[in-house]
Design a protein around this ligand. Structure first.
Ligand code: CDP
Ligand code: MG
Length: 141
């Protein structure tokens, strides 16, 4: 099934200077970049974007982390792109992520884990529309 997903290169990875290496992972796996921008999230934006995590013990730390510097937000498209992008990312906790995954290579821990990827088609629609208008995407109008 052709899908879209919202992918974020988080502030830790942008700070490390590995934007290009992460994008290359996605492109070499055949995922297509349909939109991309660099954004420095405010605390309000981080809380809105991660609203489904409100009330979790890590919510404040997570939303603070997302504001420490700019992120790269991207829309990736392709066959089964939600599952494929999450497989390339690896497990949430970077040291436990499988060898060869983005989080294992570029992440630090269970918070500073280099990348975000939508977890379902419904979430992807909400997350993409949070950052992009249809006219900003390849194939948009
Ligand atoms: O990003 P992913 O879908 O793999 O994990 P999540 O469980 O949806 O959590 C979202 C984000 O919250 C993670 O990617 C981490 O950056 C952060 N987090 C955290 O700071 N501390 C935790 N104990 C769990 C998650
Ligand atoms: Mg998640």
């Amino acid at each position: 099934m052709m899908e879209r997903t919202l992918s974020i290169i988080k502030p830790d990875a942008v700070g490390k200077g590995v934007i290009g290496q992460i994008i290359t992972r996605f492109e070499e796996a055949g995922l297509n970049i349909l939109g991309m921008k660099m954004v420095h999230l405010s605390k309000t934006q981080a809380k809105e974007f991660y609203a489904e995590h409100e009330g979790r013990s890590y919510f404040d730390g997570l939303t603070e982390f997302m504001t420490i510097g700019p992120s790269v937000v991207m829309v990736l498209g392709g066959e089964d792109v939600i599952k494929k992008s999450r497989a390339l990312m690896g497990a949430t906790n970077s040291p436990e992520a499988a060898d060869g995954t983005i989080r294992r290579e570029f992440g630090t821990d269970g918070r500073r884990n280099a990348v975000h990827g939508s977890d379902s088609p419904e979430t992807a629609v909400r997350e993409i529309s949070y950052f992009f208008d249809a006219s900003e995407l390849v194939g948009g109008t």
